[in-house]
Design a binder for this molecule. Structure first.
Ligand code: NAD
Length: 249
């Protein structure tokens, strides 16, 4: 019997990158897993895909209800769907600010609201939010994105406090730069993608990017009863970039 056997988990943004790696890992370990995504067409059995846009409350409610029906309840919500944004406060207009907050922050609020009634019926309820080192690092050209992730970190703490006596744990992971399709798209858009990738690697204390599987492992830990005494925390999966100084050349 593993710590994941029988766990019923819903992963938002589970069709790609970190979410996909998380859904697959949880399923490999014995959980029953549903994915909520804008485009779940690539989701394969044993995972089940549910199409929803986290900016649309009705579609989130319908997808969470359908997933809970399929799985026979919910123990775990992995709130992972998110989008990036580049620029200083002068570069993104109000509409962009509203949209990225709508996806990255309100999207997590909507999924949590829809999932909480199901989680209350679970003996091992956990929410894991995908935050980012951007929440606390002061990265250039990331004002909007960082502000959304700062909000996700604060939301994680507040929700952990609100639901601890209901037996629902709420934690987040703070990934560094993760080798996902999202980062690949950013690198491919650079004038010299190979040079950009090499420079990005060189900025990491470990000399390499974090893998989606490494973030998935941290999320799986926080989602499972293995972390039963852990709530209101942020687990960094960042190759040491927040805590360590750059490697000497
Ligand atoms: P990704 O683009 O590979 O995957 C994101 C998934 O979310 C996609 O399947 C997409 O369809 C889905 N999605 C996007 N908007 C949606 C919406 N409105 N409704 C439903 N689904 C939606 O990205 P990723 O790199 O795996 O990132 C996942 C999470 O990890 C995000 O919250 C991101 O902020 C966070 N993160 C990523 C990195 C990184 O370096 N890749 C670092 C720190 C944090």
């Amino acid at each position: 019997m593993s710590d994941f056997d029988g766990l019923r988990a819903l992963v938002t943004g589970g069709a790609s990158g970190i979410g996909r790696a998380t859904a697959e890992l949880l399923a490999e370990r014995g959980a029953r897993v549903a994915v909520l995504d804008l485009d779940p067409s690539s989701v394969e059995k044993p995972l089940t895909g549910h199409r929803a846009d986290v900016t649309d409350d009705t579609s989130v409610r319908e997808a969470v209800a359908a997933a809970a029906t399929d799985l026979g309840g919910l123990d775990v919500l992995v709130n992972n769907a998110g989008i990036g944004a580049r620029g200083t406060v002068e570069d993104n207009d109000d509409e962009e600010w509203r949209h990225v907050f709508d996806v990255n922050v309100l999207g997590m609020v909507r999924a949590a609201r829809a999932a909480l009634p199901h989680l209350r019926a679970s003996a091992h309820a956990a929410i894991v939010n995908t935050c980012s080192v951007a929440a606390t690092a002061g990265l250039p050209q990331r004002a909007l994105y960082s502000a959304t992730k700062g909000a996700v970190c604060s939301l994680t703490l507040a929700m952990a406090a609100d639901h601890v006596r209901e037996g629902i744990r709420v934690n987040c992971v703070n990934p560094g730069t993760v080798d996902t399709p999202w980062v690949a798209r950013l690198l491919d858009a650079a004038p010299d993608p190979a040079a950009e990738r090499a420079a990005l690697r060189a900025r990491q204390p470990t000399g390499r990017l974090v893998t989606a599987a490494e973030v998935a492992a941290a999320i799986a830990y926080l989602a499972s009863p293995l972390s039963g005494a852990t709530t209101g925390t942020a687990l960094a999966v960042d190759g040491g970039i927040q805590g360590l100084r750059p490697r000497p050349e």
